[in-house]
Design a protein around this ligand. Structure first.
Ligand code: CMP
Length: 139
């Protein structure tokens, strides 16, 4: 698999000032932060970003949560990036995530799980294009 993945530090973690601690953990796990920026999602952008979850019972709550405050988005580089990053953040539900993973340490519950990681190389590219201009990601 590829060398690039994408992450979002979600509003719960940003509002609790966990952002820098989370990036330290990401870098300690061997990822290079190629580009990061602060973003505020509108309802329309959040609905578009999470369109694959449209129709799920948690969709409205997910959009509400992701627009509730600032987020930090970043492109990350490491060999086997997508798979290794998913191992670093842990399972979607923090209560099921392994000890020491970012979601275990900083997440509260499935709907407030501190961080996003792309689930495939294709989605990593889509998500980076969604948040960054081509000029911002001339790595
Ligand atoms: P993530 O995989 O980053 O992006 C989709 C999000 O939807 C997921 O994190 C969870 O935060 C949320 N989600 C997934 N399943 C549920 C669920 N059953 N209830 C509430 N939120 C969920």
């Amino acid at each position: 698999s590829g060398n690039i993945t994408f992450t979002i530090i979600k509003p719960d973690a940003v509002s609790k000032n966990y952002t820098e601690a989370i990036f330290e953990k990401i870098e300690k796990a061997g990822f290079e932060v190629l580009k990061r920026k602060d973003v505020c999602l509108t309802k329309e952008l959040a609905e578009n970003f999470y369109e694959i979850h449209k129709g799920q019972p948690f969709f409205a709550g997910l959009v509400e949560f992701m627009t509730s405050g600032p987020i930090v988005v970043a492109a990350l580089k490491k060999g086997n990036a997508v798979e290794d990053f998913r191992a670093t953040i842990g399972k979607t539900n923090p209560l099921e995530a392994a000890e020491g993973t970012i979601r275990k340490v900083y997440g509260e519950m499935v709907s407030r799980n501190a961080i996003h990681g792309s689930d495939s190389d294709e989605n990593a590219q889509r998500e980076i294009r969604f948040f960054f201009t081509p000029e911002e990601v001339e790595f």
